[in-house]
Design a binder for this molecule. Structure first.
Ligand SMILES: Nc1ncnc2c1ncn2[C@@H]1O[C@H](COP(=O)(O)OP(=O)(O)OP(=O)(O)O)[C@@H](O)[C@H]1O
Ligand SMILES: [Mg+2]
Length: 293
């Protein structure tokens, strides 16, 4: 665990530049009539270039829905989602892959395609490059995520959990998008594979200068990688800030999430080696009708 508690790689964040992701007044409503339920209600947050923002929240609070809205795969009922200066809803399937890469919550490799064809998929769909160049580009991405050329012809069913994640990551990065979305990247991995995958994410983020939005329940992953955390509760983002400051924000979900046994374990090593000086106060995003703690 000590490894994963290492501080997140420092990448210059550009606070004055336009945000890479800007979510304003977002409402997500599912179902109709008496069955209708609201998942997000006037939710706001931004992600600056170079940030590694972790989104945390209870199950069903709409974290995956939010990533899908950033990717342009789902539209909010109200509000705007702007990605790299353009409405997310305007991104076509192919355009999206060169702007935003996504590692889906459940791996989601095409089971009938081998590793290489999975990785090459978006580039091949685009149809602008000859077959050989597409293959070479996919092989470069495989190497980038620590896989070997001989893995290229394997089928997804023959891969370990850690390898599936690596292939999915290579596929998300095939068109060199500046923004990467990760939905539970280490879920289902054993601790040592999770450590390795965190290390890979940290290295790639630094090498490629990526902006990353990650959903995770795993506190080791969160502390190892995040420059900032945004907490989803009460249908909105209730607070954002550096992990160790958000951990002390007074809210029942946060207390349960960070101060439970798992949280104490994940935070313990950093008590002796605190993270580098973050801004003094987490940026509370209070609902207008509630008192600030
Ligand atoms: N297309 C849809 N139609 C109807 N309901 C949906 C749809 N997509 C998501 N939901 C509902 O929205 C809520 C939020 O779902 P979401 O998958 O975003 O949760 P989550 O925060 O990612 O949860 P988990 O941590 O378990 O992955 C859930 O109640 C889910 O059933
Ligand atoms: Mg989810």
């Amino acid at each position: 665990m000590g490894e994963r508690i290492a501080k997140p790689e420092h990448i210059a964040v550009a606070p004055d530049a336009p945000p890479v992701v800007d979510v304003r007044g977002l409402w997500s409503i599912f179902g109709k009539g008496t069955e209708a339920f609201t998942v997000h209600q006037d939710l706001n947050f931004t992600v600056q270039r170079g940030e590694m923002l972790s989104l945390v929240g209870g199950s069903g609070t709409g974290k995956t829905v939010l990533l899908r809205q950033i990717l342009g795969l789902a539209r909010p009922a109200r509000g705007t989602v702007t990605v790299l200066g353009r409405p997310a809803s305007e991104m076509g399937r192919e355009g999206a892959a060169s702007r935003v890469g996504m590692l889906f919550q459940h791996g989601a490799l095409f089971s009938a395609f081998n590793v290489l064809d999975n990785v090459a998929f978006a580039l091949r769909e685009q149809g602008t490059l000859p077959h050989d160049l597409v293959r070479d580009a996919a092989l470069v991405k495989l190497q980038m995520v620590g896989l070997k050329p001989e893995h290229a012809t394997r089928m997804p069913a023959d891969l370990s959990g850690g390898m599936v994640k690596r292939v999915a990551l290579a596929r998300a990065l095939i068109m060199d998008p500046p923004l990467l979305l990760l939905d539970e990247p280490t879920a289902g991995l054993d601790p040592s594979s999770a450590d390795e995958f965190c290390e890979l994410l940290r290295e790639l983020r630094a090498a490629l200068g990526l902006t990353v939005v990650m959903v995770t329940h795993d506190l080791d992953t969160l502390f190892a990688l995040s420059t900032r955390v945004a907490v989803l509760a009460d249908k909105k983002v209730i607070v954002t800030g550096p992990p160790h400051e958000v951990a002390h924000f007074k809210h029942p979900f946060i207390e349960h999430f960070f101060m439970g046994e798992r949280g104490q374990r994940a935070m313990a090593p950093v008590k002796t080696a605190p993270a580098p000086a973050p801004p003094a106060v987490p940026e509370a995003v209070p609902p207008p009708d509630k008192e600030q703690p």
